[in-house]
Design a protein around this ligand. Structure first.
Ligand SMILES: Nc1ncnc2c1ncn2[C@@H]1O[C@H](COP(=O)(O)OP(=O)(O)OP(=O)(O)O)[C@@H](O)[C@H]1O
Length: 116
């Protein structure tokens, strides 16, 4: 890949991040991530625990952005009500929920033993 094309693609990816940042759900994840990072700082996590926490936060943001992208594509492809459009949006939202629940469980497994 030539340098200019790479920089252009990088710019488009940054535009995507800025667009996603304006989403309400993304902002809630941002607040949750800040709380987890502050809690991690004061709890005193080990290196491996930080790696797991950072990985979960990054994956949560990436998954939320994929969910938003799917919503946009569905709205474009199916502006009218359609059962498949509903399934696509609900499954994408379900994927975020599954990951959020498991992240919360992993977070509790990391933090709780240090607090009690
Ligand atoms: N074209 C459609 N056909 C059928 N059902 C739809 C359609 N669009 C949305 N829905 C249903 O409405 C729900 C909410 O859709 P909406 O587009 O408002 O998503 P959202 O999760 O509120 O996203 P956001 O508000 O972030 O855009 C979807 O999960 C789906 O069940």
């Amino acid at each position: 890949m030539d340098g200019r094309k790479f920089i252009r693609s990088f710019g488009y990816a940054c535009e995507g991040i800025v667009t996603a940042c304006k989403e309400q759900n993304f902002l809630s994840h941002l607040v949750s991530a800040m709380i987890v990072l502050i809690a991690g700082y004061f709890t005193g996590l080990s290196r491996i625990e930080w790696i797991i926490v950072l990985l979960l936060i990054a994956l949560m943001f990436a998954l939320e952005m994929m969910n938003t992208a799917i919503e946009r594509v569905v709205d474009l492809a199916s502006p009218d009500i359609h059962p498949l459009a509903k399934q696509a949006k609900d499954i994408a939202a379900g994927a975020v929920l599954v990951f959020a629940v498991f992240s919360a469980i992993i977070g509790l497994l990391i933090f709780l033993p240090k607090w009690i």
